[in-house]
Design a protein around this ligand. Structure first.
Ligand code: CMP
Length: 481
């Protein structure tokens, strides 16, 4: 059945008022006749009872008119408060107003019609009446007072999403009445939770004005890069509808599962009441973003690897790319194709996460690195604080100083983004030097230049300037060439 509109309500109210007033007017006008009629009917019994019946009917009619009057007053008062001050009084407050005002009017009418009855004495002396009333209203009063404390505390308001009770009912609060909290669940059901129950249960509140967060889970295959996954998902989620732009979504690894890497994305919503739709949209966006970026969801898999003896670069596959990379490195330009391919086969690939340390200053080192993919930063300590000396990109090399001189590492090298490096060890380089003695010279120039850079940036005496001639003889000594 459709709810009556406010116009219908007004018409109904006016009709009821008119009927009640008419009934009261008629009864008052004919009260004397009714009394005589009753006396006549009741025969010889005392006229006091006929008089009482008439008064009770009068009280009943006054009660109806009083109730209608209080309702009118209620609408006028709270309607005005809303119009003037934009204060929307909760239903419970309106109800309390109605009950109190009606009780006062009723008591006035009662004392007026029954001046001989002492109401105070009736209430205070009648212990049985009190017990009966107390027992009968136990639950009602419990709900009533719990409702008042809810209104006073205001832990949540109409429109907030709450989860309450052992059954974990979740929905948006529609009304807080003197008896119950009414919530509308996300399946459009209405759940009523008695105020007294709600007062005893923990309630999870997601306030409407608050930036509420949600967590959505997903996973990838172990072969998919975490740095790439995090970037791709963060960007995909950020643009989805109802995702707040006030806080950037957080994507992080939640665990290393049986089938793949488990991730969670935490995002904040503009309208929390729509979290089901938004969670679904986020999952959809992740699917499409994965598709574009070539990432893969993990599914229950058992992968069987058959290990065959072979060189590291071959094991990692994509050996052609390594050869290509090394032949594009300046210092290896003079090498023949065979020599470059020998170097590529000796190279070991390592992947570093953004921010990870590839080389630590002061450590011993017997290998050098070529940046295959990504970017690294060379840092030294200046007055105890890190200072960037250089940023090296794809095709640049580092770590040659410790390798060619046998001295400790002169600087820290950190991955700026996900970075893949090719590590070339002492033995492979010695082989290259044996067949290309000129290489040592060009390397010594670069190293002298780098040392110059270090000396001008750092207070560390271990990195004092060396001439390229000095370096050259140091390398030759170290490699025995
Ligand atoms: P190594 O000393 O073995 O370890 C740290 C590396 O940082 C060092 O070798 C060089 O490869 C690199 N490095 C040091 N100073 C510079 C610089 N000024 N420019 C570029 N790279 C440098």
């Amino acid at each position: 059945m459709a709810r009556p509109s406010s116009t219908n309500k007004l018409i109904l109210f006016l009709a009821a008022s008119a009927a009640a007033l008419l009934a009261a007017y008629l009864f008052w006008s004919f009260a004397a006749e009714v009394k005589v009629l009753l006396e006549h009917r009741m025969g010889a019994s005392p006229s006091a009872s006929a008089d009482t019946i008439v008064k009770v009917v009068k009280l009943f009619l006054v009660g109806i008119i009083g109730y209608l009057f209080v309702r009118a007053l209620n609408s006028l008062f709270f309607g005005l408060a809303f119009q003037l001050k934009r204060i929307d009084a909760p239903t419970l407050i309106r109800n309390i107003f109605t009950i109190v005002a009606f009780t006062i009017l009723f008591l006035i009418a009662f004392t007026f019609l029954f001046p001989d009855v002492n109401l105070g004495a009736l209430f205070t002396t009648s212990a049985i009446f009190g017990v009966i009333l107390g027992l009968a209203l136990q639950d009602t009063l419990g709900n009533f007072f719990a409702g008042i404390s809810l209104q006073a505390d205001r832990p949540f308001q109409v429109g907030d999403v709450i989860t309450v009770g052992a059954q974990r009912h979740t929905g948006a609060v529609e009304e807080i009445s003197w008896r119950a909290i009414k919530i509308r669940t996300f399946t459009n059901h209405v759940v009523l939770i008695a105020n007294s129950n709600a007062a005893k249960e923990p309630i999870e509140v997601c306030p409407r004005e608050n930036l509420n967060a949600r967590i959505v889970l997903f996973n990838t295959l172990y072969t998919d890069s975490p740095a790439k996954t995090i970037h791709v998902v963060r960007e995909a989620v950020r643009e989805a509808d109802n995702v707040s732009d006030k806080v950037a979504p957080i994507v992080r690894i939640r665990g290393l599962g049986d089938n793949g890497v488990d991730y969670e994305v935490k995002y904040w919503l503009n309208d929390y009441a729509k979290y089901n739709d938004t969670d679904a949209l986020i999952r959809q966006r992740i699917w499409y973003a994965f598709r574009r970026a070539g990432l893969n969801f993990a599914f229950p898999t058992r992968t069987l690897y058959v290990e065959r003896p072979g060189r590291a670069a071959q094991r990692d596959g994509d050996g052609g790319a390594v050869v290509e990379r090394l032949s594009a490195v300046d210092i290896f330009a003079p090498l023949s194709a065979d020599e470059t391919s020998m170097l590529a086969q000796a190279a070991v690939r390592h992947v570093f996460a953004p921010g990870e340390t590839v080389i630590r200053a002061g450590d011993p080192g017997s290998s050098m690195f070529v940046v295959h993919q990504g970017k690294v930063r060379v840092q030294v300590s200046e007055n105890g604080r890190p200072r960037t000396v250089a940023t090296l990109n794809e095709g640049d090399f580092f770590g040659e100083m410790a390798l060619f001189t046998g001295e400790p590492r002169t600087a820290n090298v950190l991955a700026l983004e996900e970075t893949e490096v090719l590590e070339i060890g002492h033995a492979a380089m010695k082989q290259v030097f044996d067949t290309n003695p000129d290489l040592v010279e060009s390397l010594s120039f670069i190293m002298a230049e780098r040392r110059q850079g270090l000396a001008s940036q750092t207070d560390d005496s271990a990195t004092s300037t060396h001439s390229s001639a000095g370096i050259l003889s140091a390398i030759k000594r170290f490699f025995g060439i």
